[in-house]
Design a protein around this ligand. Structure first.
Ligand code: ADP
Ligand code: MG
Length: 260
């Protein structure tokens, strides 16, 4: 579904992504791991249109999508989740879902009376959809809560929920488990698996928690120093000498290194 060819992203003379090549197969949950500073987030941003690659190519379904802006990728169903924007934190959880760009008619209708009815109907549909998403994520009880009051893990679920308001095909998740308690991590994991199995979402996720990776991801791709170092099942990866060395090289203070 996604093919990354010899991608580079340099910051001045520094090669954060230094010729990375990889493929993400449709229907899979691919893990992306590697020591801190390996270039994982930068690679995500270069794929998802947040950063312009220095060189190299990204293909989606065989079509060159290198450097396309996020909104173009969004229409193709390629999404990267982001933390809830500051200005949305005072809106309710349901409203945050309803704010995801859709196809509202708004001013397009010349007659205000018809427009009003049209908008009301669309709002009702959006609201129903938002409630379905909350139900799917088992957080219906939070519908009227201000997004800003959610715990870290609940915010992650809401981020995931936002991808369900559009027709996502592939979702990039950057450390969705970071700082999330065990129980909620389980809920997030369940939601990812169900989105994958029941709705056909393809995922690529950066994660440090190897247990979480092992449970969800196959294959796992390892990055180090801007390049892809290895790819395989979680078990293979955790036995791979090069991978272990890459982690140890960055010191045991690194959480993933300690787990691996
Ligand atoms: P990871 O997500 O694997 O921990 P990052 O992609 O965040 O790694 O960062 C890779 C390297 O690129 C790091 O050394 C980081 O300091 C550097 N880097 C990331 N973004 C920038 C930037 N905007 N300007 C300069 N250097 C950056
Ligand atoms: Mg990162």
């Amino acid at each position: 579904m996604i093919r990354v060819e010899n991608l580079h992203k340099h910051f001045g003379g520094f090669r954060a992504v230094d010729g990375a090549s990889l493929e993400i197969a449709e229907g899979k949950i691919t893990g992306l791991i590697g020591p801190n500073g390996a270039g994982k987030t930068t690679l995500f941003n270069a794929i998802a249109g947040v950063l312009e690659p220095t060189s190299g190519h990204v293909f989606m379904d065989g079509e060159d999508i290198t450097g396309l802006p996020p909104h173009d990728l969004f229409h193709r169903g390629l999404l990267r989740t982001f933390q809830i924007a500051h200005e949305f934190s005072s809106l309710s959880v349901r409203e945050n879902l309803m704010m995801v760009p859709g196809h509202q008619s708004g001013e397009a209708l010349w007659n205000t009376w018809f427009a009003r009815r049209q908008i009301a109907a669309e709002e009702k549909a959006l609201r129903d959809q938002a409630d379905e998403v909350l139900d799917f994520l088992t957080i219906s009880h939070l519908a009227d809560e201000r997004a800003g009051n959610l715990s870290g893990g609940q915010k992650k679920l809401l981020e995931l929920g936002r991808t369900m308001m559009v027709d996502a095909r592939i979702v990039f998740l950057d450390e969705v488990g970071a700082g999330v308690n065990r129980t909620l991590l389980g809920t997030i994991g369940d939601a990812i698996v169900r989105l994958n199995q029941e709705r056909g979402y393809t995922f690529c996720m950066i994660e440090h928690d190897m247990d979480f990776i092992k449970r969800l991801c196959d294959p796992v791709i390892v990055m180090a120093e801007g390049k892809v170092l290895a790819e395989g099942s979680a078990e293979d990866i955790m036995r791979n000498e090069q991978v272990i060395e890459a982690y140890l090289g960055t010191g045991l203070k690194n959480k993933a290194g300690a787990n691996a």
